[in-house]
Design a protein around this ligand. Structure first.
Ligand code: SAH
Ligand code: SF4
Length: 390
């Protein structure tokens, strides 16, 4: 019998803020309350929220002294009680293909990875929502990491802010507002299951989409889930971003092994939730992510089953050649196998792009993320044993 899947996020005691309170990541309502509690007159609070918010998210300011539309006395008061803090960048690696990987440190000394992928017509930031992941997808490096905690909204939007720092992309440094931005898209495809940290992700993405915040369109944000079915409808209602789903198999038997959350919500239940996911325009599609694992899920029969399963869902199928990591219990499918799988899907009328692995030389590709301190804790034997037991 396999163990039931629970959301047992280890609660690592977080230090109560003894020192100054960080304003990054507070919702507008929380910011208002925080300012009032610290003595800002209620009547002024709404205006102050708007002003401070714009300085932080639109202009990238970290020092209250630079908030020149606030009185000097008020600026000094703010600086006594609050800070504007983003995660600390511990290291940065730049791949031969231009991909950048940042290791950032958050409260408690934990580390998460953030990846920036420049493309011709966009620049995508892949951000993390948790330290590690409670789920244990057998092909995923993050899933082998034991330590897990949810990131705060501030730590999530903070990843976007540190990337913009590094790219030199705040308006006073000439950042455009549209798709010509270096950082034009966000994908929640880094470490962690975003729908197991719903509130943190929602609050951070609301800042990312806010017209006075980071100002990204909802269509430029994609949340990837392994299939937390009850949270899918909520994602549409409360975030409204695009959805990607880690599908990876065409039978429950295989998906149970690859994406064990399938034992809780199986393929049929997942597909029902996806069918109900609202679209604001015809061009909006659900992305089905499908990792290509040699002799596991990559046959022509799988491709034909996949097409049948997703019938009626406006979809694009993103084929991800498996990214190997030290000790991984799978191999990447051969190139002609991936091609023939893609052909079947394409002939059925779906876009079936094969994701080009980016930043492989710096271990920045999908599913390879894992904080350096946690890397290689489990041996290949352990993982193989768990895969068999799965
Ligand atoms: N937890 C979320 C988002 C993070 S993973 C989810 O599972 O959807 C982002 C994508 O990379 C997912 O589709 C995931 O299944 C895939 N992935 C994980 N490990 C991988 C690997 N080693 N090679 C290729 N894709 C991988
Ligand atoms: Fe977690 Fe996603 Fe990795 Fe599965 S694929 S272990 S859900 S990060």
């Amino acid at each position: 019998m396999s163990a039931p899947i629970t959301q047992d996020v280890l609660t690592i005691p977080r230090k109560l803020p003894e020192g100054p309170i960080n304003l990054v990541g507070l919702t507008r309502a929380q910011l208002r309350e925080t300012l009032i509690n610290a003595g800002t007159p209620e009547k002024q609070a709404k205006m102050r929220v708007g002003q401070i918010w714009q300085w932080i998210y639109q202009w990238g300011v970290r020092d209250f002294a630079e908030m020149t539309n606030l009185s000097k006395a008020y600026r000094a008061e703010l600086a006594e009680t609050f800070v504007i803090e983003v995660p600390e960048v511990v290291s940065k690696q730049v791949s031969a293909d231009g991909t950048r990987k940042y290791l950032v440190r958050i409260a408690g000394g934990h580390e998460v990875e953030v990846v920036y992928i420049p493309e011709e017509n966009r620049g995508t930031l892949c951000i993390s929502s948790q330290v590690g992941c409670t789920l244990t997808c057998s092909f995923c490096h993050t899933g082998t990491q034991k330590l897990v905690r949810n990131l705060t909204a501030g730590e999530i939007i903070g990843q976007v802010m540190v990337a913009r720092d590094d790219l030199g992309e705040w308006p006073e440094r000439g950042a455009p507002k549209d798709e010509t931005r270096l950082l034009s898209n966000i994908v929640l495809m880094g470490m962690g299951e975003p729908l197991y940290n719903f509130e943190g992700v929602r609050d951070a993405m609301q800042i990312a989409m806010d017209a006075e915040g980071i100002q990204l369109s909802r269509r430029r944000i994609t949340l990837s889930t392994s299939g937390v079915v009850p949270e899918i409808a909520k994602t549409a209602e409360e975030i409204g971003c695009l959805l990607a789903v880690s599908f990876h198999a065409t039978t429950d038997e295989v998906r149970d092994k690859l994406v064990p959350i399938n034992k809780k919500w199986n393929i049929a239940e997942l597909l029902d939730a996806l069918r109900a996911y609202p679209r604001l325009s015809n061009s909006e599609r659900i992305t089905f992510e499908y990792v290509m694992l040699k002799d596991v899920n990559d046959s022509d029969a799988d491709a034909r089953r996949l097409v049948k399963l997703i019938q009626g869902i406006p979809a694009k199928i993103n084929l991800i050649p498996f990214n190997e990591w030290p000790g991984a219990p799978y191999e990447r499918s051969d190139w002609d196998r991936i091609q023939s799988f893609a052909d079947i899907i394409h002939k059925a009328g779906y876009a079936s792009p094969i994701r080009t692995p980016r930043g492989e030389d710096i271990m920045a590709a999908c599913g390879q993320l894992k904080s350096a301190t946690e890397r290689a804790r489990k041996s290949r034997k352990q993982i193989e044993a768990e895969t068999r037991a799965g």
